[in-house]
Design a protein around this ligand. Structure first.
Ligand code: SF4
Ligand code: SF4
Length: 287
């Protein structure tokens, strides 16, 4: 089995919100977008071992050893002090895990799950690990029944998808804005790669879900509704999940943005339905 490693910010053995059925969800550290609406902004950066958070830990769970910050999971009280003060939007609590270690965790949960979802941060930034993990599951007689999904921002290149798709059952992709200009405002990057990924995945029958994030006064979907609906219809009958923005956990200007209500979601849902997009999934709850 591969000894490739990835920086893992969280592993949830049983999740019912990270794809269909019950799934083990693995969250990898680091992202190539800078979304103002990110609910887990400390998963964006990578720790550079500056050491700033070490003396700030109120429970002495951090130490500086050989130029590296060491995190003690046993003494950590999950108070999040280190996350809130990190200048890199990173965490000292994202240890490197090998494919073998992750597969061992999956094996323990295997009887109770339908598959695994690798999320982030941006999972595809650690593509060699992702490929090795999915390949290891495919090759394992006991685990090969598990479906392997990736939850991605869609920035991966065509070449990257062609490497991953032979061992991946599908991807769930966010389209944060329709226009490139507004996408840059919300995420820091142009959305052309995201649209290309959506087309490629749909053509390969591997687009598990398209996600739209409704942010009142800060989404442009209704402004470009005809173009957006036509684009989605061209992808085929794919599930379209409408997510409701809420400010919990976000940093910066988005803290003051209003949460999306059921009315906000229904306004977009109705506009899409009128234009032929009928495979809509709505939020289970509003915060
Ligand atoms: S988590 Fe942030 S503050 Fe702590 S050592 Fe790493 S970069 Fe520095
Ligand atoms: S969350 Fe961070 S600051 Fe809080 S106890 Fe754990 S390591 Fe220390």
């Amino acid at each position: 089995m591969s000894s490739r490693c990835a920086f893992v910010s969280n592993l949830i053995p049983f999740s019912c919100v990270d794809g269909p059925g019950s799934r083990l969800a693995l969250f990898l550290q680091g992202c190539n977008l800078r979304c103002k609406s990110c609910h887990n902004p400390w998963t964006i950066g990578r720790c550079n071992h500056c050491g700033d958070c070490v003396p700030a830990c109120p429970h002495q769970a951090l130490a500086f050893d050989g130029g590296q910050v060491q995190w003690n999971a046993l003494t950590c009280q999950q108070c999040d002090t280190c996350l809130q003060m990190c200048p890199q939007q990173a965490t000292p609590m994202a240890p490197a895990m090998s494919v073998e270690e992750v597969v061992a965790k999956i094996r323990k949960a295997a009887l109770f799950i339908d598959g695994i979802t690798v999320s982030g941060g941006e999972a595809t930034l650690q593509l060699p690990f992702l490929h090795a993990l999915f390949s290891a599951l495919r090759a394992d007689l006991q685990l090969c029944r598990l479906t392997c999904l990736v939850d991605s921002n869609g920035m991966l290149s065509e070449t990257g998808w062609h490497k991953l798709l032979p061992v991946c059952d599908g991807a769930m992709i966010d389209l944060k804005a329709w226009s490139s200009e507004h996408h840059r405002f919300l995420t820091g990057r142009d959305n052309t790669p995201v649209k290309n990924s959506l087309r490629l995945l749909a053509a390969q029958n591997k687009l598990a879900e398209l996600r739209l994030l409704v942010i009142p006064q800060h989404s442009d979907y209704l402004l470009y509704i005809d173009a957006l609906a036509a684009f989605i219809c061209e992808l085929g009958r794919i599930p379209v999940r409408l997510n409701a923005f809420h400010a919990h956990g976000v940093y910066g200007e988005a803290k003051s943005w209003r949460s999306a209500t059921e009315e906000d979601i229904e306004q977009l849902a109705e506009a899409l339905q009128q234009r032929g997009v009928t495979t809509l999934l709505r939020p289970a709850l509003y915060l």
